[in-house]
Structures are given as structure tokens and as C-alpha cells.
Design a protein around this ligand. Structure first.
Ligand code: AMP
Length: 214
């Protein structure tokens, strides 16, 4: 099963991908996480990408396509995987189809996470992230953070991502409308797109997701 999670920033793609990964054993392939890992490691690619990410702009297609192409050839992707935050442009979607074709595989389902723009801003601006294990928190909705809640590492380091600052959020949403919304049309044309209401509570969204991908 090859799944693509598509939707605006803050619509909960990452949270739901993590839940589904635990249940189905399909790895979550998040280009945002891969880029942040490259930044933390001080890798040249990461430092170049950071210039785009800090402003809420997209990293060039060639960079993210290269990352994904390498990753999907890994043995843990044989049974299936969840693409979270990729593709974000039509050329990325076309490149993905091309790479998968070479491997005699295809995107099976695309799940579109629908959410109102005002709600997205509230979610993104209150979001806090652990730089150690990637766990997410929220200042208004919870889960709230303290040193104990990051199970994977006692050295929990919860921050506000630089691209979750208000001025950057606005640009990310504009970039989404300009470059990523057309990807939904791309998949609609080939009958691969299904939508879920991402504004519901995470448990409800997860149930809708499971109903779609069973
Ligand atoms: P995310 O964690 O998915 O919200 O991604 C954070 C940032 O990483 C985005 O705002 C982009 O700057 C960059 N990024 C992640 N995935 C992609 C992608 N598929 N194409 C281009 N840039 C990306």
C-alpha cells in the first residue's frame, strides 16, 4: 500500500501518519522531518534547505525528489509506506509516478486532509515540537508538554518551529494554495483522491482514515 497524505500545513497529516505507522507497520516518509534531520546534522543539504524553510518557501523539487527516491528503495518500504508532505508540487507528483513506475509500483491512495484556514492558523501558531523525538504539543488543545512526556528521550527539547511563527505561517499557506493545491487536482484526474474532514478530533480523523485505507 502506497499512501499519499495531502493537505495544508497544520491539517494533522504528520500526527495521523504516525498513528497509522504504528498500526500498519508502513513507515512514515516525511520530507519535512528528513530536511530537519539534515539541518540538525549540519549537512550541506540541510543548511541549503533551511534558507527556504525558515521563510516558509518550498525547497527545490530536485532536492526533495532525490531524498524520496533514495528512501523508497529501502527494504522497510517493500510492504508499503505513507508519504507525508510529499509531493507538494505537480512536478514532484509526476516525478513520484515516474520513480514508482520504474519499480513496478504505484500510488494506491491519496488522502486529502480538509480543513478551514482559520483553524489551520490556530493550530500552527500554538504548535510546539520536540526536536529530539518529533512529538507534537499544543499550547491550547494539548497535549501539553513537560519534561516527562517525551517518552523516547529524557532530554526532551520542546520548541516552536521557526516556520510556525505568524509571518511565516501566512506565507506557507500562500505557497500551499499556489503550489500544492494543484496536486489535489492532479490526483483527482486519475481518480486517486479521497477526502477526510481533518477538523475533527484526532481519534475521529483516525477512524475515518482507517475506514478509507482498509
Ligand atoms: P513540513 O514539516 O511538512 O510542514 O515541512 C516543513 C518545510 O519543509 C516546508 O515548509 C518546506 O519548506 C520544506 N518541505 C517539506 N516537504 C517539502 C516538499 N515536498 N517540497 C518542498 N519543500 C518541502
Amino acid at each position: 500500500m502506497i499512501l499519499v497524505f495531502l493537505g495544508p500545513p497544520g491539517s494533522g497529516k504528520g500526527t495521523q501518519a504516525k498513528k497509522l505507522t504504528t498500526e500498519k507497520n508502513w513507515p512514515q516518509l516525511s520530507t519535512g522531518d528528513m530536511l530537519r534531520t539534515a539541518i540538525s546534522a549540519g549537512a550541506h543539504l540541510g543548511l541549503e534547505a533551511k534558507k527556504f524553510m525558515d521563510l516558509g518557501n518550498l525547497v527545490p523539487d530536485s532536492v526533495v525528489i532525490g531524498l524520496i527516491e533514495d528512501r523508497i528503495r529501502s527494504p522497510d518500504c517493500i510492504e508499503g509506506f505513507i508519504l507525508d508532505g510529499f509531493p507538494r508540487t505537480v512536478p514532484q507528483a509526476e516525478a513520484l509516478d515516474g520513480v514508482l513506475l520504474k519499480l513496478s509500483r504505484k500510488v494506491d491512495q491519496v488522502v486529502f486532509f480538509e480543513m478551514d484556514e482559520k483553524e489551520l492558523v490556530t493550530r500552527l501558531s500554538g504548535r510546539r515540537t520536540c526536536t529530539v523525538c518529533g512529538k507534537m504539543f499544543h499550547v491550547t488543545f494539548g497535549p501539553f508538554h513537560n519534561q516527562e512526556v517525551c517518552e523516547q528521550n529524557p532530554l526532551c527539547n520542546v520548541i516552536q518551529r521557526s516556520d510556525d511563527l505568524p509571518e511565516v505561517i501566512q506565507n506557507r499557506l500562500e505557497v500551499y494554495h499556489r503550489s500544492t493545491a494543484p496536486v489535489a487536482e492532479f490526483y483527482k484526474k486519475t481518480n486517486r483522491l479521497k477526502s477526510i474532514n481533518a477538523a475533527e478530533k484526532p481519534e475521529v480523523v483516525f477512524q475515518s482514515l482507517k475506514n478509507l485505507v482498509k
